[in-house]
Ligand binder design. Structure first.
Ligand code: M7G
Length: 309
């Protein structure tokens, strides 16, 4: 096919690949041959083109390219919307806004080089703990809003005095192959994975059990289709678990080795504790990548903890 008219001669048979990360669909089907007598098997891959950096200045404003936008959610400083670049179309773009954005947000979203850090328990005490404690409570206002019923209440999939489950802000809420939920613990004393102890095994297992049953009931995906993980370092120091379609692949660092720790492995490690003496996460050295814009980077450098790059 060399024209739209010829493209429209395509007979769709089935989808052979669906990749939300590259915004593409690969279709199997056929085109008629030149005489219109036989059907010739064809693969068509359709991918949304990248947004053009030179359009940046006209994305918003008087001559905006955006024709329509619908608010999906707004909480604290975070807002997300879906928008259309023309009429009668499938929604084109998801727009996330952070306003007002803090210095920490700007650093987090800025492209950067990473270096590997081996965080010993001593380094945690000396550098990381004070860093976590220095965050003002406003940093996790969005979490408080969810837990106290001020926002995203119609999104809650589960709520108890232990934790809530709801769609993650990253998810478009409809593409099952990129399903992304977040589980937020009520317990405000667990700031990160470092704080997990044997006594939390019950909580972690309930999170696992409930996540499985909710996803099964609502989207008919079994436990084998889910990847449950915890970030270390996370961006927000209020304990939460990521629940993601196991088949979802993204270039996003959030699922990379080093930052993502499987909930299963964490439960298993904690179960090995004998319940006396310091816990595994009090004794373990955790190795991960830190961006050179990350708030911890400078402190680690000063402490001589940055490995040669
Ligand atoms: P994280 O491991 O602390 O950091 O995860 P990351 O953002 O670097 O992954 C926090 C998770 O909460 C992320 O998956 C975010 O997309 C998600 N998230 C962040 N905010 C501000 C919101 C929100 O307001 N609502 C919801 N539903 N999810 C959020």
């Amino acid at each position: 096919p060399k024209s739209l008219e010829q493209l429209n001669g395509f007979t769709f048979e089935k989808i052979i690949n669906e990749d939300p990360a590259t915004h593409s669909l690969t279709l199997l089907g056929s085109f008629p041959d030149a005489h219109g007598q036989n059907e010739i098997t064809a693969i068509v891959r359709i991918e949304k083109t990248a947004l053009n950096a030179s359009d940046a200045e006209r994305l918003f404003g008087e001559n905006s390219m955006i024709r329509r936008a619908v608010l999906e959610e707004s909480t604290d400083i975070y807002t997300w919307m879906f928008a259309w670049l023309g009429e009668n179309r499938e929604r084109d773009v998801k727009i996330n806004v952070i306003c007002p954005a803090t210095e920490v947000h700007i650093r987090k979203y800025t492209r950067q080089e990473v270096v590997m850090i081996s965080e010993t328990p001593e380094l945690y005490e000396q550098v990381v703990k004070p860093y976590i404690q220095a965050f003002p409570p406003s940093r996790t206002q969005w979490v408080e809003n969810i837990l106290t019923g001020l926002s995203e209440q119609n999104k809650l999939l589960y709520s108890s005095d232990q934790f809530v489950i709801l769609p993650d802000m990253k998810w478009d809420l409809k593409t099952i192959s990129s399903l992304y939920l977040t589980v937020i613990a009520q317990d405000r004393t667990i700031r990160s994975m470092r704080d997990l102890r044997k006594e939390h095994v019950g909580l972690l297992k309930s999170i696992r059990r409930k996540s499985y049953s909710i996803v099964k009931n609502k989207w008919d995906l079994g436990p084998g289709s889910l990847r449950l993980f915890i970030h270390y370092q996370p961006s927000y120091y209020h304990f939460h678990v990521h629940v993601v379609n196991a088949n979802y692949q993204t270039g996003n660092a959030g699922m990379m080795v080093g930052q993502a720790h499987l909930l299963e492995d964490v439960i298993s490690l904690l179960e090995l504790e004998d319940g006396t003496g310091p816990g595994i996460f009090e004794r373990m050295t955790l190795t991960y990548a830190v961006g050179d814009q990350h708030g911890l980077h400078k402190a680690f450098k000063e402490a001589g903890a940055v490995l040669d790059g």
